[in-house]
Design a protein around this ligand. Structure first.
Ligand code: SAH
Ligand code: MG
Length: 216
């Protein structure tokens, strides 16, 4: 991984976002909302642009920051995004409305593990962004990757979990269990028969997977 100084250097080179987005970043910081880290989201947006993803499914809206950033970055893109937390849903609605991008964003309320029917009515997707409960990544991936176009991309955030995936001694049992789940997901993903994947050490760790469409 790059050292602290270089991370800072890269981050400082990223241009400022518009005032609403900066307000959301500040809000997230003050209220402990785990929006994607700046270098992570910039990397994802660039991949989505290069991939020319237009129809994107997001699992984990939080307050709508990443959904707004995707809608804003990619002209003509449509984001279908899922959130289960009522308070965050209300905040997301407000921010999305203020962004004036509401025509590009469909917010689905509820638990992503129970919404396959509703989500599938918006399929197929060019890309899927998984950024919700870390212990359920494999389930989210399994359910929703079947609604991905061939050549489609899955981006999964937080796969390095603050570097803990590479630690052998973790005190808290809860954290240890979660780390094991993320590790299992990473191994499973990297050996998936129909996806080519790589884990980028940016932000909190971003996995990029591309669907091949045929078996190895
Ligand atoms: N993608 C957002 C951050 C998401 S934070 C951004 O970068 O701006 C993760 C969110 O996922 C939390 O708000 C949490 O409530 C939601 N979440 C976790 N598990 C979920 C599930 N099973 N279904 C729906 N939302 C879920
Ligand atoms: Mg995240």
């Amino acid at each position: 991984m790059l050292n602290e100084k270089l991370h800072l250097y890269i981050e400082q080179l990223i241009p400022e976002r518009n005032p609403l987005l900066m307000e959301m970043e500040q809000f997230a910081k003050e209220h402990g909302v785990p929006i994607m880290e700046l270098p992570g989201i910039e990397t994802m947006l660039e991949l989505l642009r290069i991939h020319r993803s237009k129809k994107i499914l997001e699992v984990g809206t939080a307050i709508g920051y990443s959904a707004i950033r995707m809608a804003d970055a990619i002209t003509g893109a449509h984001i279908v995004t899922i959130e289960r937390d009522t308070e965050r849903i209300n905040l997301a609605k407000e921010f999305i409305q203020r962004s004036q991008l509401e025509q590009q964003i469909t917010l689905i309320e509820g638990d992503a593990l129970e919404l396959e029917n509703e989500v599938s009515s918006h399929a197929p997707f060019d890309a899927i962004f998984i950024d919700a409960a870390k212990g359920q990544y494999k389930k989210f991936f399994e359910i929703y990757s079947s609604y991905l176009n061939d050549g489609g991309m899955v981006i999964t955030d937080n796969v390095l979990f603050k570097g803990l995936v590479a630690e052998t001694e973790i005190e808290s049992r809860r954290t240890r269990n979660l780390v094991k789940k993320i590790n299992d997901f990473n191994h499973w993903l990297m050996n998936h028969p129909t996806f080519d994947s790589i884990i980028l050490p940016v932000g909190d760790g971003v996995a990029v997977s591309k669907k091949r469409g045929e078996r190895k």
